[in-house]
Design a binder for this molecule. Structure first.
Ligand code: M6R
Length: 606
């Protein structure tokens, strides 16, 4: 989603801003822009489309200036267009904004009445005019405080001023904002990833705070204007791999990295000498956790759903799940002895963060399962369990899903053991079984030609269904989500047993239907449901075990065979061919796999 960068330096900043905007491209966007201050003038340049277009446009002029802000925009208010792209400027102020100003219509009306002229359809432009208005009669800090007070909604802001050509103002409510310290220059960024190529010394604004950044000094303030001291964090300098390498797409690379994701999680969390799961510094006593609530969005929510099945299967504590955007606005019954777990790859998803915030305000125990350990969700939860899968750049979540499932599974096993819900021998066996999982995952990532003929058929389909029971139901939901977001094909994930209560009416001759039926306790029931859709003309792609001999195979259009593993572990295998199916179908249709239309990697607006 939208991304912000700001640099104040003693040398020209436009090329570094462009470089950082390229780093932010993974978030998903439709337009980009830069503004710098030079010789007492704000120079603004914006383009529709990729940062490359902006770069080309900038190369035709000389965009100098030692203070500047840049932005990639994901449209919320107003169509994707050059005029709606950020920054938004008048002759005195230029603003970049992530988030949504909910009262922009009312503010705009009153500003127009005062004679302000608007150029764009965005909510952001009100900030430019509001701040200009307050600056007429207030010094900077007061004008900022008054402006921020007037805004409803969420924001991360970067602001530069013609008359104060050496500063950048940053402000945050809801949307994350990082500040970086460099040699004779300082930075503002919507995430640390954008700043990493310039510095590893960063800090974050807390909700309600703002900052004034000069090249050699940064000051932080709370919402009332009181100075705030910040701890500077040193980011790890571990070389993270942000390149595609030999792969056509990040998604292909990330699919292939999944054996490593499993290996990393196993190595991080399992003490092989004592055959024990180590949740270093887990802060709560087992007696104080009587129930679990797992919360996330999209793919992360699907890992929560699988978690529900595992917790029910392996422990006797109550477990519940929720979609963050629903949870945050419901009348929740908060329970002191519940552990609230927030699952998120980015750790910046606005709804998941708001759900966490709500739990914190109600003094609940909070734990996060995240990939980005410097993220807002990780920083603000009581306890963090990282998924150790390295940067995930493709918008479609793949290896993060496996990592999330693995950490949830390990947490579930550990709680089950601590609560005496599992025999020591079974606990040991389940931990041992994880040794082989990485290899099994590797074997389940198929060659292109094994999936291609199947994806050719899917690429021509108007719609499809994904069916499963038990642990395979969330996998069916996830398979359908992948096909929707990448190949733009309508796909429904359904519990196989629910088909005859309505969706069976959708089945028509030749409709491709994916049935996820590994040999677990649900197998026979799912196979019966499969026969019901075949009888109505569906072309079934069955994902099941290699040694599956009980099935009358003439009925089945295609079969994808996986290895036999312990029944808890099938989700780690059955999801893989569905990721590949979506990938090759989108490839066949010629779509932008790493950046699907309308979507963003980091969903920082609600
Ligand atoms: O960063 P998060 O895990 O919190 O993101 C949640 C969803 O936006 C994300 O999983 C989304 O559904 C993916 N694009 C699915 O592939």
């Amino acid at each position: 989603m939208c991304g912000i960068i700001g640099i104040t330096s003693s040398k020209p900043v436009s090329s570094s801003i462009l470089h950082s905007l390229k780093k932010l491209e993974y978030r998903g966007y439709d337009s980009a822009g830069i503004a710098t201050i030079d010789n007492g003038i704000i120079n603004e340049i914006k383009s529709l489309g990729r940062v490359d277009v902006l770069e080309k446009n900038i190369s035709q002029i000389n965009l100098s200036g030692e203070v500047g802000i840049g932005h990639v925009r994901w449209a919320t208010h107003g169509i994707p267009s050059t005029i709606n792209a950020h920054p938004h400027s008048n002759e005195n102020i230029s603003v970049v904004h992530n988030g949504i100003i909910e009262n922009s219509v009312i503010l705009k009306k009153s500003l127009i009445n005062k004679g302000h002229k608007f150029k764009s359809e965005t909510d952001t432009e009100v900030i430019v005019h509001l701040l200009s208005e307050y600056l007429k009669s207030n010094e900077l800090n007061n004008a900022i405080i008054k402006t921020l007070n007037d805004l409803d909604g969420s924001f991360a802001l970067g602001i530069i001023f013609k008359d104060m050509p050496n500063i950048i103002v940053g402000a945050r409510r809801g949307s994350p904002l990082a500040v970086g310290y460099g040699p004779n220059e300082n930075y503002l960024g919507s995430d640390s990833y954008a700043l990493k190529s310039m510095t590893n010394k960063i800090t974050y604004l807390n909700d309600g705070e703002f900052c004034i950044i000069k090249k050699d000094e940064i000051n932080f303030y709370d919402y009332m204007g009181n100075k705030v001291n910040k701890k500077i964090l040193q980011l790890s300098t571990n070389e993270q791999n942000y390149e595609k390498g030999e792969y056509k797409h990040f998604m292909a690379k990330e699919i292939n990295e999944q054996p490593l994701t499993i290996k990393n999680c196993v190595n991080e969390y399992i003490d092989k000498i004592n055959n024990e799961i180590n949740l270093h510094n887990f802060p709560w006593k087992k007696e104080n956790i009587k129930s679990i609530k797992l919360i996330g969005c999209g793919t992360a929510f699907h890992s929560c759903l699988i978690g529900k099945y595992w917790f029910e299967e392996l422990t006797n504590i109550d477990v519940d799940i929720d979609i963050a955007s629903e949870f945050r606005y419901r009348k929740n019954r908060f329970k002191e002895d519940c552990l609230y777990i927030f699952v998120s790859q980015s750790g910046e998803t606005a709804d998941t963060y708001a759900a966490l915030d709500l739990c914190k305000k109600n003094k609940m125990k909070t734990c996060s399962i995240v990939n980005v350990v410097e993220s807002s969700i990780a920083r603000d939860s009581d306890f963090v369990l990282p998924i150790h899968c390295g940067p995930e750049i493709g918008v479609a979540s793949t290896k993060a899903f496996l990592g999330q499932m693995m950490v949830i599974y390990l947490l579930c096993l550990k709680i089950s053991y601590l609560k005496n819900n599992i025999k020591k021998s079974d606990y040991n066996k389940k931990i041992k079984n994880l040794d082989l999982l990485s290899e099994k995952v590797k074997k389940t990532i198929f060659d292109e030609n094994q999936i291609q003929t199947i994806s050719n058929t899917f690429s021509k389909a108007k719609g499809s269904m994904f069916l499963g029971r038990g642990f395979s139901f969330p996998i069916a939901l996830e398979g359908a989500l992948k096909l929707k977001e990448l190949a733009y094909i309508h796909a429904e994930g359904y519990p196989a047993g629910e088909m005859k209560h309505g969706p069976l009416a959708l089945i028509e001759d030749g409709m491709p239907v994916v049935v996820v039926a590994p040999k677990d306790q649900y197998y026979k029931k799912t196979i019966s449901n499969m026969q019901e859709v075949i009888a109505r003309g569906a072309k079934v792609l069955l994902v099941t075990n290699k040694d599956d001999d009980q099935i009358v195979s003439e009925n089945i259009w295609k079969k994808i065979e996986i290895d036999t593993v312990e029944k808890d572990l099938y989700p780690f295998l059955t999801t893989l061919p569905l990721q590949q199916l979506a990938y090759y179908t989108a490839l066949k249709k010629g779509f932008d796999i790493d950046k699907p239309r309308n979507l963003a990697k980091s969903v920082t607006v609600e």
